[in-house]
Design a protein around this ligand. Structure first.
Ligand code: SAM
Length: 244
């Protein structure tokens, strides 16, 4: 009785770990976000196991059935299309139900897009916040405004056709001079890590047809401290003006 969460490559198939292969070979069944996508990977790894669908649209209905299977003593592995299940991918609900039902859960370490993007960015990574995808419509503006006081490096997932619009919105809210980076097609043949201010990144990507998968990293700001310091500075300035 155990649920494994097994990370799979985000591009380069060599990034599958030896332990991921061993676990996928050993489980009773594999739950996949897209059985066709995972089928290709499993074929490449010469692994033949029952493959069941587990995706965002059937997550709620499927969880109880899977909990019953696990309680019957089955060992299952959850994989997503790419990267670590549960990170901007289905998985959280199943993990939470397993924990509630005292079913052991183990997430293997392995590929995920935000770690190489953050490290490649060259931005401070001693503290960072993973923001995933911004909401497309409702709540987007509120979320953007919340970022104004963020002091840690921020990491976002984004699709290529929204990249420019999102960078422009970041520049409007955080200022055009904020250091940032865009990582595209990580681990793939045409991997690109472009670093610069938000306005430099906008100018660069505006000249291109943006393709591929994308992670945006943005350096944190001065937060409330910066706001306070700005206010202090302006009041000092006013005081000095009074002195003169
Ligand atoms: N579970 C995945 C993980 O662990 O990173 C994330 C899945 S999420 C549905 C897909 C998003 O991850 C993409 O839109 C992109 O923002 C990011 N991503 C995935 N693979 C990537 C890659 N090779 N290069 C850059 N970003 C990638």
């Amino acid at each position: 009785m155990k649920l494994y969460l097994v990370p799979t490559p985000i591009g380069n198939l060599d990034d599958i770990t030896l332990r991921a292969i061993k676990i996928l070979q050993s489980v009773d069944a594999i739950l996949a976000e897209d059985t066709r996508t995972s089928g290709v990977l499993l074929k490449h790894l010469a692994i033949s196991k029952p493959l069941h669908s587990y995706h965002i649209f059937n997550e709620h209905q499927t969880v109880q059935r899977l909990i019953n299977q696990l309680k019957d003593g089955k060992t299952l592995a959850l994989v997503s299309d790419a990267g670590t299940p549960g990170i901007s991918d289905p998985g959280f609900l199943l993990v939470r139900e397993c924990i509630k039902n005292d079913i052991p859960v183990e997430c293997l370490p392995g590929p995920t897009a935000f770690v190489p993007a953050l490290v490649n960015s060259g931005l401070p990574n001693d503290r960072f916040t993973f923001e995933g995808f911004l909401p497309h419509k409702k709540g987007r503006q509120t979320r953007l405004m919340e970022l104004v006081e963020e002091e840690r490096t921020m990491v976002f997932y984004e699709s290529p056709h929204r990249l420019l619009k999102t960078l422009q919105q970041f520049a409007d809210v955080l200022g055009p001079d904020r250091p940032a980076s865009v990582s595209r097609e990580l681990t793939k043949l045409f991997e690109e890590n472009r670093r610069g201010t938000l306005s430099e990144l906008i100018a660069y990507f505006a000249q291109k047809t943006v393709k591929g998968e994308i992670v945006i990293c943005i350096q944190g700001g001065e937060g409330k401290k910066g706001e306070k310091r700005r206010k202090e500075r302006s009041s000092e300035f006013e005081d000095n003006e009074d002195d003169e």
